[in-house]
Ligand binder design. Structure first.
Ligand code: ATP
Length: 236
């Protein structure tokens, strides 16, 4: 089986600042991979580069095509969806309109409607508020909406930037339950998460990023047992 995403020596610069430095890794179809690291390590920049929102050097490709320096709509069409930090929903549009936009690339209109109906059935809070503006939802509800909107595009790989940030524990559980469901249906994840324990508990494998570089990689169990990871990211 070919990796769903391969990164080879990917770098991102902001002027003279080398925010992502020669990062290489692969993600297998259906795999859950987390990326942990301190503030400013370069995690968001890397996700944005993969999604086509920032120019990057090096090479990035899916199992079939190169996505290096391709625009966001091209990357999305390869089945890669980004749920950005701060959710990135359209706050002025209704919940329903936000969901409909998630399916903008799909031609199977009837199936899209069925998928939206299923989401509304699964998340009654979104159903009750489907005609309200997205900006009126709570932070957790906006995060759920952002994830469901991304999933409506039927991605093969979901890039998630800090999905638990600022959420009450009950909403964190709801968000991760919805991710669990998506993963069981075969969606692969690249999860950036400040809560390293949560991320390593949810994913099979992890990468540690420091000052733009990947400094450690391994299966989640070995990273949870790693003294360096425990001291830096698990508060032990
Ligand atoms: P956080 O966890 O705080 O979101 P991060 O690991 O996602 O951090 P990035 O946001 O990717 O890190 O930032 C990496 C580096 O690039 C930091 O030094 C940051 O200050 C810098 N940076 C990020 N965005 C820009 C920008 N638009 N212009 C200039 N420098 C930037």
């Amino acid at each position: 089986m070919k990796p769903i995403l391969t990164l080879d020596k990917v770098s991102v610069h902001y002027g003279k600042l080398h925010a992502v430095q020669q990062v290489s890794f692969v993600i297998q179809p259906g795999e859950r991979l987390c990326l942990i690291g301190a503030n400013g390590a370069g995690k968001t920049s890397l996700l944005k580069a993969i999604a086509g929102l920032l120019p990057a050097s090096g090479s990035m490709h899916t199992d079939s095509v190169a996505i290096t320096r391709k625009p966001p709509h091209f990357v999305a069409a390869q089945g890669i969806a980004l749920v950005p930090e701060g959710r990135g929903i359209f706050k002025q549009l209704s919940v329903l309109e936000n969901l409909q936009l998630g399916a903008w690339l799909r031609k199977d209109t009837a199936a899209v409607q069925t998928d939206i109906d299923n989401i509304l059935q699964q998340f009654p809070r979104l159903a009750e508020r489907r005609h309200q503006r997205g900006g009126q939802l709570s932070g957790g509800e906006q995060q759920l909406l952002a994830i469901q909107r991304a999933l409506l595009g039927k991605p093969r790989l979901l890039l998630l930037d800090e999905p638990s940030m600022g959420l009450a524990p009950v909403m964190v559980n709801a968000v991760f339950d919805s991710l669990e469901k998506a993963c069981r249906q075969g969606v692969a994840l690249l999860l950036v998460e400040q809560n390293a324990r949560l991320a390593l508990g949810f994913c099979q494998r992890g990468l540690v990023m420091e000052s733009g570089r990947i400094t450690l990689t391994g299966d989640s169990g070995s990273l949870l047992d790693n003294a360096q990871v425990q001291a830096a990211y698990l508060g032990l």
